[in-house]
Ligand binder design. Structure first.
Ligand code: PDD
Length: 292
C-alpha cells in the first residue's frame, strides 16, 4: 500500500522499522526543514522549484547537505506504487547524542521521506472542486517564514482553530497586513486584477504561488504583489488559496461572510484551466526544461 516504504538515511525500509534517536535535534528543537512535493503517476510537479526552496531552507539553517534528491524521491515514489502521491521530505540537523541548543558543525543530518496518497485535483474538473471557508486570525509566527521549517506550532494552532470553527483554512494577519494561510498562500481578485502578498520573510515563497503568477503572466492576466488588509479581503470579487496538494482553491466564505456572492469566480475557473493545461503538458511530456 502507498506509504508503506519510507526513506531514512540512505535506506528504503518499511515505515514500522524506521527509527530516529530521541536526541535528534528535529525531535528536541524542531531544528529541521521540510518539503511537501506532489507526484502524479511518478512525475514530480514543480520538483526543481521545491528543491530550490529546500536548498534555501537548508542554507538558512546552515545545514551543510548537498545531495542528489531527485533520484531518491523518484525511487521512493516507485517503491510505493508510483501513483498520485505527495512526498514528505524532512531533514534535521541530526543526532547530537545529548540535548544542547548549540551545535557542532560536523553533525550528520537525518534525512527522512515518506509518501501519502493525494487526489489528482487536475483530473477532478472544476465542477467537482468545492470552494472553501476560511477564518482570519493573528499571525503568531516568527519572522523567518520564508524558511520551510518544522517549527509549525503557530500553524497547527490556527489550523485547529479553523477546523473547530467549521472552516478549512486560517488566513493570518500581522499588524493589519494579511500574510498567508496556515498551509497555503493567499490571492485576492478585484476588478480583473490578481493581488497577492509580496514575497518577504513574513511568508513562504510557495511553489504554487509562483506558478499562479507565471501562468497569469503568460495569459496576460494582470497581477500585483502588494500588502493586503482585512477590508480588501472582504471586498474582494474572488479569494483563492494555493498549495502543492490543493493547487488553487476558491474561497467562498471569510469569517462567515460570503465572497463574490458565495460562488466560484470566473477568474478562478480560468486559472484552474491554466493549471490543468500545465499539468497535462507535464504528464504528456510536452513540457521541457525549467518549467517543470
Ligand atoms: N504547505 N504557506 C505555508 C505556510 C505553507 O505551509 C505552504 C505549503 C504554502 C504553499 O507552498 P507550496 O505552494 O509550495 O506548497 C504556503 C505544505 C503543502 C504543507 O505544509 O503541507
Amino acid at each position: 500500500m502507498a506509504g508503506d516504504i519510507v526513506y531514512l538515511n540512505g535506506e528504503f525500509i518499511p515505515a514500522s522499522e524506521a527509527k530516529v534517536s530521541v536526541f535528534d535535534r528535529g525531535f528536541l528543537f524542531g531544528d529541521s526543514v521540510y518539503e511537501v512535493i506532489p507526484f502524479y503517476r511518478g512525475v514530480g510537479f514543480r520538483l526543481d522549484q521545491h528543491l530550490k526552496r529546500l536548498r534555501h531552507s537548508l542554507s538558512a539553517l546552515r545545514i551543510p547537505l548537498e545531495k542528489e534528491w531527485q533520484e531518491m524521491l523518484e525511487e521512493l515514489v516507485q517503491r510505493n506504487g508510483g501513483g498520485n502521491l505527495s512526498v514528505y521530505l524532512q531533514i534535521t540537523r541530526g543526532d547530537a547524542g545529548r540535548r544542547t541548543p548549540v551545535y557542532d558543525e560536523w553533525m550528520q543530518p537525518t534525512v527522512f521521506a515518506c509518501c501519502n496518497p493525494i487526489r489528482n485535483i487536475y483530473a477532478a474538473g472544476a465542477d467537482n472542486i468545492a470552494g472553501i471557508r476560511v477564518i482570519v486570525t493573528a499571525d503568531l509566527r516568527w519572522h523567518r517564514c520564508d524558511i520551510k521549517a518544522n517549527g509549525l506550532l503557530p500553524n497547527i494552532l490556527v489550523l485547529q482553530q479553523a477546523r473547530e470553527s467549521g472552516a478549512d483554512e486560517a488566513l493570518m494577519i500581522r499588524d493589519g497586513v494579511l500574510t498567508e494561510g496556515g498551509s497555503s498562500n493567499l490571492f485576492i481578485v478585484k476588478n480583473g486584477v490578481i493581488f497577492t502578498p509580496k514575497l518577504s520573510s513574513e511568508i513562504l515563497g510557495g511553489t504554487t504561488r509562483e506558478l499562479v503568477l507565471e501562468l497569469a503572466r503568460e495569459a496576460g492576466i494582470p497581477y500585483q504583489e502588494t500588502d493586503l488588509g482585512y477590508a480588501q479581503l472582504l471586498a474582494a470579487d474572488e479569494v483563492w488559496i494555493s498549495s502543492s496538494t490543493r493547487a488553487v482553491l476558491p474561497v467562498l466564505e471569510v469569517d462567515g461572510q460570503h465572497i463574490g456572492g458565495g460562488v466560484k469566480g470566473p477568474l478562478w475557473l480560468r486559472m484552474y484551466e491554466l493549471f490543468r493545461q500545465f499539468h497535462h503538458q507535464l504528464m504528456t511530456g510536452e513540457m521541457t526544461g525549467e518549467k517543470q
